[in-house]
Design a protein around this ligand. Sequence first.
Ligand code: BG6
Length: 465
Amino acid sequence: SNTKHKAFPEHFLWGGSTSAYQVEGAWNEGGKGPSVQDVKQLPEGTSDFKVAADHYHHYQEDVALMAEMGFKSYRFSIAWTRIVPDGDGAINEEGIQFYQNLIDELLKHQIEPVVTVYHFDLPAALEEKGGWDNRETIDAFVRYCDILFDRFGDKVKYWQTINEQNMMILSGAAIGTGSDSMQKTYQQNHHMLVAQAKAMKHCHDKLAEAKIGPAPNISITYPKTNKPEDIQAAQCFNALRNWLYLDMAVYGRYNHQAWAILEANDALPTFEPGDEEVLKAGKADFIAFNYYTSGTVEAYPVGEATTDEKTADQQKGQGIPGFFRQVPHGDLEKTEFGWEIDPIGLRITANEIYSRYALPLMITENGLGGRDTFTEDGKVHDDYRIHYLREHIEQMQLAISDGVELFGYHPWSAIDLISTHEGFRKRYGFIYVNRSDFDLKDLSRIRKDSFYWYKDVIASNGENL
Ligand code: BG6
């Protein structure tokens, strides 16, 4: 690149990220109700979420380690089922207290709390009543958000609504929602969008100083070749997967191209009176996004697939005949879990988002899942993670040099936790947690090599990579 490097801004939020059900454990303690994650069918050979990293009991030690790394901010999620165990009933004061304690602990160390309201863990009791199919879930969500704004609004300035709504919709059932038709899926999506818009409006009405935004996974999708057909396919996939969510959070309307794809597939959501105004009234102050890798698609001519294949592709978000089909990139290296690695894609993605919306950006997830080993010297040599993060931070700096207003970086994950589908063996943290999928060992915390490296990155404000 021939762009001149600019320095990271002075108050850049260097931090790390987790989510409640993946890190906390104590799944049935402190008055917590079950979430969809606690009751779901687990993939074979994979731990449940009952103990996780046991952060619920270790939060002071964990925050101290984050402070030692020099974290300026910590992005975590609040478990809806700790605050309102059945989703829409009584408030659980013990749950409120846990997060008060966590937030106070962070502030004691000058770490800015960055809170996600909902990260894949819908209360199981709401799922039983139809989950996001049911419009009453919108009211339950908004009420839950109001409780958070009322109770934590004096201490929390940065809020995110729904983590990776776009991934929930594209890959459905695995993370707690899911349905058997595309229309139903996008109806659920519509309900979540309405819920998010209301929550953003309430946040602004209640808290003058607070900033709130969505937290989708935004990754640029490339065309497989430079054939216009493939380029058009990529445009469609970007519209459905990325811009639908950001156009809504920023402009309060459906992206036209995404809408056309839904229409062509008989998947248009039904609006209730008032929805249009609600969507217009919810405005994001910033855009948080998760980035792990880019995507690649090619044209998917109608008539190429059998009906069964079409349905399967559609259900998995793999492809929609007449629009696009996801394919491997071909030239990118992969992690040991098969995820393509594309640091330049982060620069492209950040520029693309900023050109469209001109709002400040914050990265809420980015990282490498690997099978770390706790070696005989009492260490974890995770040079592959350092390499991945370094390359992404370099591209982040180039995006800033391009003129993108980027104000925070929260690698996934601050500390080891359970992956969404691949158990405890797939680790992301700077801090190793001594347990395996089925042996809880002593849950002790060990600083990985990446811990010391990141500490230096933060201390030098991104200069020493
Ligand atoms: C994001 C999620 O999709 O990616 C996290 O917001 C998740 O919850 C992370 O853990 C990494 O994915 P995985 O499947 O490797 O855990």
